[in-house]
Design a protein around this ligand. Structure first.
Ligand code: BJW
Length: 228
């Protein structure tokens, strides 16, 4: 068994599901209630900004009423004690990893609690609604949008993610369907680099066959069992 020093952990909506935050692709999930093209693309935002801002205002308000669960807490414990490199690459736009105490978190699809000014490029902490077209704290124009990555946009900090993967001795994927690229491709990248891969999920992801090992069950049980 090779010695594990550096770990990359990819998390998806399934890690926050038991905190009461809707996933995207399950029955009753967000994409069953909304057309993806309407609410999660730059074209949808250009067509109907009010619809998109209302959708994100509702979700931004909702996450502030939720709390981290046992899976977030277990990952935060691991982050606190792990002596090697560790990176939690999350596709989630909630802040539950941070509220559980994790420090080494990278939000590749952005954050609900930030607004991005498309006029001056400033990113500002944001908890309030955006629907009223408030001014950007940096430049005063009304060009704020949610600081999230929509389809067709470039996910954040990809160079850092690929650099961490190249140095990793273990890749773990938790609660993601493997339906959205480039995150869905990380397991194949890890495999090509000869890195052991582990999937923790309620159901098998689309890329399940690429993992060396898959454990099925709820994140609040599987993640603490893996960490502790
Ligand atoms: C539990 C559980 C419990 C439930 N316990 N588990 C290559 C091939 C084909 C297409 C493309 C490609 N490359 C790019 C594309 C296009 C596109 C894409 O992927 N399309 C696909 C639909 C095919 N990708 C993009 O446009 C991306 N940009 C891009 O690629 O730029 C170019 C580029 C290329 C290469 C390198 C660098 C750049 C951008 C994607 C942006 C995604 N944005 C969203 C919205 C964010 C804002 C918001 O929240 O509204 O991100 S879409 C949505 O999906 C969100 C999520 O982060 C993402 C992934 O979803 P996730 O987390 O997997 O959730 P679900 O619901 O799908 O799955 C839940 C899972 O949890 C399931 O597996 C359950 O089993 C599990 N679960 N309860 C444990 N209790």
């Amino acid at each position: 068994m090779p010695i594990i020093k550096n770990i990359v952990i990819l998390t998806g909506a399934g890690v926050s599901a038991e905190s009461g935050i809707d996933t995207f692709r399950s029955a009753g999930g967000l994409w069953e209630q909304h057309r993806v093209e309407d609410v999660a693309t730059p074209e949808g935002f250009a067509r109907d900004p009010e619809l998109v801002l209302r959708f994100y205002d509702m979700r931004r308000a909702a996450i502030q009423t939720k709390a981290p669960n046992a899976a977030h807490h277990a990952l935060a414990r691991l982050d606190a004690v792990w002596p090697g490199e560790l990176l939690i690459v999350t596709q989630n736009v909630d802040d539950l990893h941070e509220r559980a105490g994790a420090q080494r978190v990278l939000h590749m699809h952005g954050e609900h609690l930030k607004a991005w000014c498309t006029a001056c490029d400033a990113r500002s902490p944001w908890t309030a609604p955006l629907i009223d077209r408030p001014p950007c704290p940096a430049c005063g124009t009304s060009a704020l949008r949610p600081d999230v990555v929509w389809f067709g946009e470039m996910p954040y900090r990809m160079d850092e993610i690929y650099a961490a993967l190249r140095e990793a001795d273990l890749f773990v994927s938790i609660g993601t369907s493997g339906a959205v690229y480039p995150a869905a491709g990380f397991v194949r990248g890890a495999r090509d680099l000869g890195i052991p891969t582990l999937e923790l999920n309620l159901e098998r992801s689309q890329g399940s066959a690429w993992f060396d090992q898959t454990r099925l069950g709820p994140a609040t049980e599987l993640v603490p069992a893996w960490v502790d």
